[in-house]
Write a new protein. Structure first.
Length: 247
């Protein structure tokens, strides 16, 4: 996520974390997901909103099993991060990518009938590719200009049990009523995928208020860096424990 300063249509807040629910204003509503019977109306509504949504975790080794899903995933990233947020990122043939899209990464896609509804990228903190490692560590080493180098309270970890989450997005075309369902599925898949890779925690940058919202839906998120203000948006690094994964 390397960006140049001074882009007229890009705020530094956008350069750190995308708007997950575009078009919605105010504080996020508290959303409860509980184990309930099929007769429960809230559970039935949630199932209706989920519809035929599927979750797929792709790697370089398995992506050929899913047809064009990886291509559509990278095109969806372009629509969010370049077309809507105006980030200065590489693109080719309609796909957005950067230096962290390597065989060491995992790409989690929430999709329905071939349409990508949301996604996230996961990378081990042990990753290395040329001068780069992973986003938070590279920011701390002054290799990125969109994130402050004092983003963490401690040295960026290099630990196979800690993975980093980046490029979290929900597509703008997702109906507002389904956004909470897609978001929950995506965060659940983030935890499950990281755990399957041997991780016990996930680290990443979130808006300060978002970390509290995560706790409301059963995720354990602890701040591991100072709050920093970029264009009026308070953000901070958070560490998510995977012991109590959403089921």
């Amino acid at each position: 996520m390397h960006h140049h300063r001074g882009l007229a249509r890009q705020t530094r807040a956008d350069a750190v974390f995308p708007e997950l629910m575009p078009g919605e204003t105010g504080a996020p509503q508290e959303i409860r997901f509980r184990r309930e019977t099929a007769a429960d109306s809230e559970s039935t509504v949630a199932a209706d909103r989920q519809g035929s949504i599927k979750i797929t975790t792709m790697s370089l080794l398995n992506m050929t099993q899913y047809g064009d899903l990886f291509v559509e995933f990278m095109r969806a990233r372009r629509e969010v991060f370049i077309d809507r947020l105006h980030w200065n990122l590489p693109q080719t043939e309609g796909m957005e990518f950067d230096q962290y899209d390597t065989p060491q990464a995992r790409w989690v896609a929430v999709h329905e009938y071939g349409q990508v509804l949301g996604g996230i990228r996961l990378m081990p903190t042990t990753a290395r590719c040329a001068a780069y490692s992973y986003m938070l560590r590279d920011a701390q080493l002054d290799l990125l200009d969109s994130i402050p180098n004092d983003v963490l309270f401690f040295d960026a970890p290099v630990d196979p049990k800690i993975w980093e989450a980046t490029r979290l997005f929900i597509a703008e075309g997702v109906d507002a009523k389904r956004r909470p369902v897609v978001q929950r599925m995506l965060l659940n898949a983030m935890q499950t995928t990281a755990a399957q890779q041997g991780a016990t925690s996930v680290i990443g940058i979130v808006p300060a208020v978002f970390s509290r919202w995560l706790k409301r839906i059963g995720m354990n998120a602890a701040p591991v860096g100072p709050k920093f203000n970029i264009d009026g948006t308070w953000s901070q690094a958070a560490l998510f424990g995977l012991k109590n994964r959403i089921q």
